[in-house]
Ligand binder design. Structure first.
Ligand SMILES: NC(=O)c1ccc[n+]([C@@H]2O[C@H](COP(=O)([O-])OP(=O)(O)OC[C@H]3O[C@@H](n4cnc5c(N)ncnc54)[C@H](OP(=O)(O)O)[C@@H]3O)[C@@H](O)[C@H]2O)c1
Length: 270
């Protein structure tokens, strides 16, 4: 019997590439998205369904899980991929912007896990794959809100693995480095504050220039597939992010800080 994956946020980027890759490998795919009208041609096969799922609406999560079970009978892997970045200085972030950032990247992910777990308990096995970021292990300037959510995903996932091990349900964290998707230029939201206008401008220029040089999402999709099939206790996988994580680990803090400042602000001092 084919295995089934439920993925959040498959309208573009890493989610879409992951759906396509699992499909190519013979899995059934519940390619959820908040606007199924965006579903690409790759979904037009009987092995794929596209339930509407907005991670900020627990009702849509529940219905999407139900539709998946009705169609495929099981969920072997859940890929919590939906997310976006709220960028900009914390001083300029509106409370509702911060709430939305957490509702999407953290509470939505937690809620989706809660709705899928009863299915995995019934099956006696499953794998939960949470897409965090290298930004869940280190931090760049003007992204405090986003980093706060991805660090939260790291902590949630690492703790959860202990709870679920006795049920044969594995937890995996995917920590991509920079990937060319809608994420950097169109998928992010910005907060502003006059005290930081020059820095915001520099980071926006840096990001716009960066996107074209980044790898596409296919490598991340392959890593997610590998994680879904890896029954070992390995927790973290960092496609296109390992070099950054290694530098962060081995460089003295002062050197790391000056590299990041130079890279993003174009000078040693801001
Ligand atoms: N690209 C990178 O450099 C990078 C690096 C590290 C980690 N990541 C992480 O990778 C994940 C995927 O991002 P991506 O790079 O593939 O960007 P993307 O192309 O912008 O895709 C983001 C996906 O999330 C969906 N989404 C946003 N809010 C949602 C909600 N409330 N409910 C359901 N779906 C929602 C979007 O759907 P709509 O089409 O409806 O907006 C879209 O399908 C994110 O968690 C991101 O933090 C990305």
């Amino acid at each position: 019997m084919s295995k089934t994956v439920l993925i959040t946020g498959t309208s573009s980027g890493i989610g879409e590439a992951t759906g396509k890759y699992f499909l190519q490998r013979g899995w059934n795919v519940s390619a959820t998205m908040r606007a199924p009208i965006k579903a690409g041609d790759w979904t037009k096969t009987e092995k794929v369904i596209c339930p509407r799922l907005d991670v900020t609406s627990s009702e849509t999560i529940e219905i999407a899980v139900h539709e998946t079970i009705m169609r495929f009978g099981r969920i072997d892997a859940l890929v919590n991929n939906a997310g976006y970045a709220l960028m900009g200085p914390l001083e300029g972030v509106m409370p509702e912007q911060l709430e939305r950032q957490f509702q999407t990247n953290v509470f939505g992910l937690a809620s989706t896990i809660q709705k899928v777990l009863p299915v995995m308990h019934r099956q006696g096995q499953g794998t939960i794959i949470n897409v965090a970021s290298i930004g869940g292990r280190l931090a760049f300037p003007l992204a405090s809100s986003y980093h706060a959510t991805k660090w939260a995903v790291e902590g949630l996932s690492e703790s959860l693995r202990y709870e679920l091990r006795r049920f044969n349900i594995l937890v995996k964290i995917i920590e991509p480095g920079g990937i060319k998707t809608n994420f950097i230029n169109h998928g992010s939201a910005w907060a502003n504050h006059p005290n930081y206008a020059d820095l915001v401008e520099r980071v926006k220029q840096f990001s716009a220039g960066l996107n074209d040089s980044l790898p596409g999402p296919e490598g991340v999709a392959r890593t997610i597939y590998r994680a879904a099939n890896d029954r070992s206790q390995r927790l973290r996988y960092s496609p296109h992010g390992e070099a950054f994580l290694l530098m962060y680990k081995i460089l003295p803090d002062s050197l790391w800080r000056s590299l990041v400042t130079r890279m993003m602000f174009g000078s040693k001092k801001q």
